[in-house]
Structure formats: C-alpha cells, structure tokens
Design a protein around this ligand. Structure first.
Ligand code: ATP
Ligand code: MG
Length: 378
C-alpha cells in the first residue's frame, strides 16, 4: 500500500471513530478522533499537493474543525452531523458540487438535435406551464454515447439556457474513498436540490453516472446502498403527485453498466452519437473560426477524412495544427511584437491526421447501437 493510501485509511478510521463517539455524546474522545482525522487528511494534502481529491480532503478537515469548535463550545446539542441550516449543509456538500461550467450556449453544441429537443420538452415547457401536464412529466434524462461526443457539453448548455439552479456532481467524487458516506452524499445532494426547487426548477447533473453502480470496493455492500439510495431519491421525484420541479440529468459512456431498475428511472434516454459528415463539417468550421487558414484548406475534405472521429477528436486535430504553426514561429525566435504565424495549410491537417485514428471503433459503436435499440426512449 502506498503512503497516501495508508494515510487515507487512517483518516477514514479516525473520522468514523469520531462520528460514532460524537453520536454517543462522548465529546472529548470525539474531539481527539476528529483531530487525528484532520491531521491525516492534511498530511495527504501536504505530501501530494496536486492530488485530485485534495479539495475534498481540505473541505472535510474544515468540517471536522467546525465540529470540534461546536463540541468545545457546547452550543449545539444535536449529536449528529446533520445541519438544519441550508447554508451550512451547502458548505458541507460543497466539495461534491462542481464549479458552474462557463457559459456554453445551444449554438456551441453542434448537431444533437434530438437531445436538445428532448431537454426542451422535458424541462423548459413543463416548468413554464405545469398546469398543462396533469399526468406529470419526465424528471430523469439519461444521456449516453461514446466518449467525447458532447454529453457534458450539452449539460453545460442546459445550465445557461434553462433558468434553473444547476447542481453538477460527478459520480466518481460521490463514491470517493469516504466509506459509508456515499449514500449520505447522494441524500444530501437531493435534499439541497429539493430545497432550491421550492423557488425555481433545479437540475442535478450527474456525470459519469455508471460509477454509482460501484466499481469501488472500499466497503462491502457500499455500492449497493448508494444505488438503492439513488433509486429511492429518483422515485420520490418521479412521483406524479409531486409537483416539485426537480430534474436529474445523468451522463454515461458505459450505459450497459447500469442495471434495469436504474435505467427505468430515466424516462428519457437519449443517444448522443458521434458526429456525421455534416456535423463534422460544422465542427471544423466552428473550431477553425479563429484560426488563419490558407485558401487551400478544404473543410469538406477534412470532414470526409474524419469518419469515426468524435467531436473531441476533431477539436484535438484543430488544436494540433494551430500548435504546429505556432511552434514554428517560436522556434524561429521571431515572435516579438505582433508577428503572426504563417497560415495553416491543408498539408498541416494531413500531417496531423496521419498519426491519428478515430477514437471510436466500429465495434464500440455497435455496442452503443445495440444498447440504444433496446433502451432508447426519446
Ligand atoms: N456535438 C459537439 N458540438 C461541439 N463540440 C463538441 C461536440 N462534441 C464534442 N465536442 C467538443 O469535445 C469536447 C468534449 O466533449 P464532452 O466532454 O461533452 O464529451 P462527453 O460526451 O461528455 O465525453 P465523455 O463520455 O468522455 O465524458 C467538448 O468540450 C467540445 O469542445
Ligand atoms: Mg463527459
């Protein structure tokens, strides 16, 4: 076991101990255990300053510090870590919520018309005129499809196009090492969203949804509990008698890892496919908008050459040609002032494309198609 894993284990052990002692009202012992948990968490941060989970560790440490203060001051009597105060709860789950994505608009998302329409129908219309939907309306939308084709991008566009509170989480974070807390995290996220939904629609976006099915075996039975908690939460929002405008958008590139009860709770299941010829052409236009291209660059030809490429592959190609001409300029040492690199030629594109393969193989594609035929629900 590596040093970080060891520290993590220790931190988890002390944190659990602390919470148990706290629940039993053994304040002094709880404080000691919280302090040990904090120590170990901060050690991880210190040893590995760039570790992806540091944000969560620092935040956990702060929560425990606050709790220690509370225990020392005696002024709040409830012995668990549940908060009545929404702000405090928000702070507690803050580490789970991702930064709001930057303003992506519908126009920035090339193609995917089905998906855009389904989202408008499911979220925009009912939230404007709920009276027209006496039979209820779908609350769960599942976006599935190969990597790099716009699922996350589409969700980001929803944020700016729909007037709603957007809570974005990724499932891998929810499932992070914190034993036994994953299902509480799920519950907290939904509680917070329900509270927001009293004022205006709220949308929970769960990226990499398949992680909720649990690959992590940090705890026997842990993933089952998370899954069940999630199903329970979904049921409460799907309930037709429940008018709360709360939606869940899930995204996954491994839909086959979701089991049937899970899939069924997403009444709308939308395939986000790789771009076809005309969509690829549009992407090349969009991504090269701010590049200076020579007149010999034939975007149509490029769209033809990139069959099987995802949107993110195409973006990558465009970035690489830009890199080529820029590095030439920097290598020539004549980049002072506002000297511009030479124009990008078709040969630049050809060179870049030479050592690239489409990231989506026909085999993978057929997996998606099969799943899509079985489960698609627009
Ligand atoms: N349909 C599209 N229109 C415009 N840009 C796209 C599109 N698809 C992909 N891209 C570009 O590729 C990037 C990656 O796409 P995105 O993160 O949305 O893929 P994803 O489907 O969520 O992939 P994954 O399954 O790996 O999470 C986007 O930020 C965008 O720049
Ligand atoms: Mg994504």
């Amino acid at each position: 076991m590596g040093a970080v894993e060891e520290l993590e284990e220790l931190a988890i052990k002390y944190a659990q101990e602390a919470v148990n002692l706290d629940k039993q009202g053994k304040r002094d012992l709880a404080i000691i255990a919280y302090k040990r948990a904090i120590e170990n968490l901060l050690k991880i941060v210190h040893f590995q300053p760039n570790y992806t989970l540091n944000r969560i560790y620092i935040q956990r440490a702060n929560i425990y510090k606050t709790r220690i203060k509370a225990l020392q001051n005696f002024w709040f009597n409830d012995s668990t870590l549940t908060f009545e105060n929404p702000e405090e709860e928000e702070r507690e789950i803050g580490g789970l919520i991702l930064e709001k994505p930057l303003g992506v608009r519908w126009e920035d998302v090339v193609g995917l018309e089905d998906a855009k329409r389904a989202i408008k129908e499911a979220i925009l219309y009912p939230s404007k005129r709920p009276d027209l939907f006496p039979l209820g309306w779908p609350r769960g939308i599942l976006l599935f499809g190969p990597p790099g084709c716009g699922k996350t991008l589409l969700a980001a566009a929803v944020t700016s196009e729909v007037d709603a509170t957007f809570i974005s989480i990724d499932a891998a974070t929810i499932m992070s090492k914190w034993l036994g807390e994953a299902e509480r995290n799920v519950a907290k996220v939904f509680n917070l969203a329900r509270r927001y939904a009293k004022k205006r629609p709220s949308i929970i976006f769960i990226d990499e949804l398949d992680s909720l099915m649990g690959v992590h075996n940090y705890e026997v039975g842990g993933e089952v509990r998370v899954r069940n908690q999630f199903l329970k939460e979904m049921d409460s929002i799907i309930d037709k008698k429940n008018p709360t405008p709360l939606y869940v958008i899930g995204a996954t590139n491994k839909p086959w890892r979701l089991d049937l009860p899970f899939v069924r709770r997403f009444q709308k299941r939308i395939y986000v496919p790789p771009p076809n010829y005309s969509e690829r052409l549009e992407m090349f236009r969009l991504f090269t908008k701010n590049l200076s291209l020579d007149s010999d660059v034939d975007l149509k030809e490029l769209a033809r050459l990139t069959e099987g490429f995802s949107g993110s592959d195409i973006l990558d190609v465009c970035q690489s040609v830009q890199l080529r001409v820029n590095s030439e300029l920097f290598k020539s040492n004549k980049f002072e002032g506002d000297i511009k690199p030479r124009g990008i030629t078709m040969d630049d594109f050809r060179e870049v494309l030479k050592d690239r393969k489409p990231s989506i193989s026909p085999q993978t594609l057929s997996l998606y198609k099969r799943w899509c035929n079985e489960f698609k629900a627009l």
